[in-house]
Design a protein around this ligand. Structure first.
Ligand SMILES: CC(C)(COP(=O)(O)OP(=O)(O)OC[C@H]1O[C@@H](n2cnc3c(N)ncnc32)[C@H](O)[C@@H]1OP(=O)(O)O)[C@@H](O)C(=O)NCCC(=O)NCCS
Length: 173
C-alpha cells in the first residue's frame, strides 16, 4: 500500500498531468468519446485532485460538469468522473481507490448532480458502486461500449433513468 498525499489538481503543472495521462492511457487517448463530452470544459476544482509521492506526481483524478439532455426536453446536471490515472510504476498499490474514496467523500456534500463515468465496470462497480442501472437510455457524442457507461447516486442526487444525450455544462463550476 502506497501512502500518497492528495492535493488540489491545480498544484500540479498542466504538462505534468498530461504526461501522466499519456502514461496511463496511451497517447491516443484523445480519440476516446469521453474527450468529446469534456471538450471546452475545465475540471471542477472541488472534485479534481493530484496525488503525490513526495515531489513526484503519481496520480490524478479529474471531474467535470456535464448534464443529461433528456429527449423529453428535461435537463439533469451530472458530474463526470475521470480520467482517473495512476502512474504505471505504482498501479495496483491502492492509489486509485484512495483517490476515488477521497472524491466520493467530498462529492457527498459538494456534487451538484449524480456521478457518471466511462470506465471499466469491474473496477468502478466492484469498489465504488457505479452501475448501468440508469444509463441504458443515455447516449454520448461518439462511439461507446454501453457496459462502460456507469452512474452512481451521491448525496441527494440519483442518476435520471431517462433517454438522452450527455453534454458538457460549462455554466457550472
Ligand atoms: C484503473 C486505475 C485507476 C486503478 O488504480 P490502481 O491504483 O492501479 O488500483 P487500486 O490499487 O486502487 O486497486 C487495485 C484493485 O483493483 C483491481 N483493478 C485495477 N484496475 C482494474 C481494472 N482496470 N479493471 C478491473 N479491476 C481493476 C485490481 O485487480 C485490484 O484488485 P484486488 O484488490 O482484488 O487485488 C489505474 O490502474 C490506472 O490508472 N490504469 C490506467 C488507466 C486505465 O486503464 N483505466 C481503466 C479504467 S477507465
Amino acid at each position: 500500500m502506497i501512502l500518497v498525499e492528495l492535493k488540489p489538481l491545480n498544484r500540479a503543472v498542466d504538462a505534468d498531468v498530461e504526461n501522466l495521462l499519456d502514461q496511463a492511457f496511451g497517447a491516443d487517448r484523445f480519440t476516446r468519446t469521453a474527450y468529446r463530452v469534456r471538450a471546452g470544459l475545465s475540471p471542477l476544482a472541488t472534485l479534481s485532485f493530484s496525488a503525490w509521492d513526495g515531489d513526484a506526481l503519481v496520480g490524478a483524478l479529474q471531474s467535470w460538469a456535464v448534464a443529461l439532455a433528456g429527449d423529453d426536453g428535461s435537463r439533469h446536471p451530472l458530474v463526470m468522473v475521470g480520467p482517473v490515472a495512476v502512474s504505471p510504476v505504482v498501479q495496483r498499490g491502492g492509489m486509485g481507490k484512495q483517490m476515488m474514496a477521497h472524491m466520493l467523500a467530498i462529492a457527498a456534500d459538494a456534487a451538484d448532480g449524480a456521478l457518471m463515468l466511462v470506465g471499466d465496470a469491474p473496477y468502478y462497480s466492484r469498489f465504488f458502486g457505479f452501475d448501468t442501472a440508469a444509463t441504458t437510455g443515455w447516449r454520448l457524442p461518439g462511439p461507446f461500449d454501453p457496459a462502460r457507461l456507469l452512474a452512481r447516486p451521491v448525496g441527494e442526487f440519483v442518476p435520471p433513468n431517462l433517454s438522452g444525450m450527455i453534454v458538457g455544462d460549462p455554466q457550472r463550476r
